[in-house]
Design a protein around this ligand. Structure first.
Ligand code: ARG
Length: 482
């Protein structure tokens, strides 16, 4: 009896102890809660220097402290966050998410922590003063995948609604008169209004809503933990404090005229930092992708050329596989390839730079392979026969006679492909990698000056391409006499 008691006690003690042992990892397996956001949404989430700041990031940090667990924020397009949660790439999303029944089918929502509304942003001098007037075939802008987008298409007809990937792009379209109104969340509209006295907000709100954090549907444990944390942060006033901290928008320096605006946006407001950081990323992605695609392209081209005269079954099979690879890569958009890499094939790889490098390398290698193959085919058949009859092996013939000429033949097309690759990396922003183009978007999300930011980025691309062209010309010239 005594012994039995002891054992029961021991088991009890163990049972009590076990959960605390596993505590940090019981709701996220890698010990980190990964949150997705879309940092184009001040004051809820935006960039300040390298950091993503705002109400959501602050709340996330507090949640991490409260639960004593590491939290990470990943910036991406708003429209991709829910999909990334569903594919388990993210544990949760904090991006000013409005709770809706529709979304509840694919994610769970925590308890809400902010009440807000969708409002209508217009130009002050516009004819529109009521929501009803939006029905008269007005053009309405919204953010792709946002609640404003869904509601507006229902209410005003799909043909009247344009969806922009980033909020600042919608506001720019409004400013330039391409659209008549933007439906967006209240605090964000107020932020834009404060930064531009030509903008106004309709008095009547469009719809009321509440924000919460979206959580992976398969992770009830995480939902519970987050709710526990949010409950506590609400109770002890932390959330109120965070909201108050971000009231009133940030001071921006403003400039008139082309030079004035350039100075304000790029220099005074620090835009150059994002452009330069972005450029660095663009160059890194291009360079590594280029090295890999060059080698892979060569391998593919040589294998396929060899298969034309070989009976080796392995080479024949490789030839078929490579041919299929080239067809698939050339037949699908690079953006889709990048998104498939990110969301499906490399879903467990956290390094965005690596995902981009691999994706662009594979893409470009297909084109390079075809370029090299053309180069090989253009070499006079007689040279090969001559080399072989002189006693050179197949390998020697390729290496010493065919390939040097093939590469020389391919050079103009190759130069073209390298330039294409460089510019193609501008879609990196789709997976949240801060390349040069994304850098420009970040500048816009802070300064609302899309013209200056995009032109600056365009000029940087242009200058680099011109330099590349010069270099390629030199190389070509040099080889002509080789
Ligand atoms: N509240 C809106 C929604 O859930 C818009 C959120 C957009 N968030 C952002 N970070 N851009 O659809």
């Amino acid at each position: 009896m005594k012994n039995k008691n002891k054992i029961t006690l021991l088991i009890f003690a163990l049972l009590m102890f076990l959960p605390s042992l596993a505590s940090a990892n019981e709701f996220v397996d890698d010990g980190v809660i990964d949150f997705g956001t879309s940092a184009d949404f001040p004051p809820y989430e935006y960039y300040e220097g390298e950091d993503i700041v705002g109400i959501d990031p602050d709340i996330i940090k507090e949640i991490g402290d409260y639960l004593d667990i590491e939290v990470k924020i990943h910036d991406m397009d708003f429209n991709n966050i829910l999909a990334s949660i569903q594919s388990n790439k993210l544990d949760a999303g904090a991006a000013g998410f409005t709770v809706t029944e529709e979304r509840k089918k694919s994610v769970n929502f925590t308890d809400t922590f902010a009440k807000t509304s969708q409002v209508v942003l217009v130009k002050k001098d516009s004819q529109i003063s009521t929501i009803d007037e939006l029905r008269k075939n007005k053009k309405i802008g919204t953010q792709l995948g946002s609640i404003g987008h869904t509601l507006a298409t229902d209410d005003f007809g799909e043909e009247n609604v344009s969806a922009f990937v980033k909020v600042p792009d919608a506001v720019l379209a409004l400013k330039t008169g391409k659209i008549d109104a933007v439906i967006v969340d209240k605090e964000i509209a107020e932020n834009y209004k404060a930064s531009d006295d030509k903008l106004g907000i309709l008095d009547k709100t469009y719809v009321e809503e509440e924000y919460a954090i979206a959580v992976n549907k398969n992770n009830e444990a995480l939902l519970e933990k987050l709710n526990q944390a949010i409950g506590e942060l609400k109770k002890d006033g932390t959330i109120d404090k965070i909201m108050a901290k971000y009231e009133g928008s940030s001071e921006l320096s403003e400039g008139k005229g082309l030079i004035g605006r350039f100075k304000a946006t790029i220099i005074d407001n620090g835009g150059y930092k994002y452009l330069l950081d972005g450029l660095k990323t663009t160059i890194i992605v291009t360079s590594f992708a280029l090295i890999i695609s060059f080698l892979l392209g060569l391998i593919i081209a040589i294998t396929r050329a060899a298969s034309e005269e070989s009976t080796n079954i392995l080479i024949k099979i490789l030839d078929k596989v490579f041919a299929l690879f080239v067809t698939i890569i050339r037949g699908t958009p690079s953006t889709i390839q990048l998104l498939i890499m990110f969301n499906v094939i490399l879903v467990n790889l956290d390094n965005l730079l690596l995902v981009a490098v691999l994706s662009f390398a594979l893409n470009s290698s297909a084109y390079m392979a075809e370029i090299f193959r053309g180069g090989i085919n253009a070499v006079d058949k007689g040279e090969k026969e001559a080399a072989r009859s002189l006693g050179l092996t197949y390998y020697q013939t390729m290496r010493k006679v065919i390939m040097p000429q093939a590469i020389k033949n391919s050079l103009p097309a190759l130069a073209n492909e390298i330039i294409t690759l460089f510019k193609e990396t501008s879609i990196s922003g789709f997976i949240g990698l801060a390349d040069l183009t994304r850098g420009a978007s970040i500048v816009i999300s802070q300064t609302f000056d899309a013209g200056t930011a995009y032109f600056s980025a365009a000029i940087i691309y242009l200058v680099i391409v011109m330099v590349m062209e010069k270099i390629f010309k030199k190389i070509e010239k040099g080889l002509q006499y080789a």
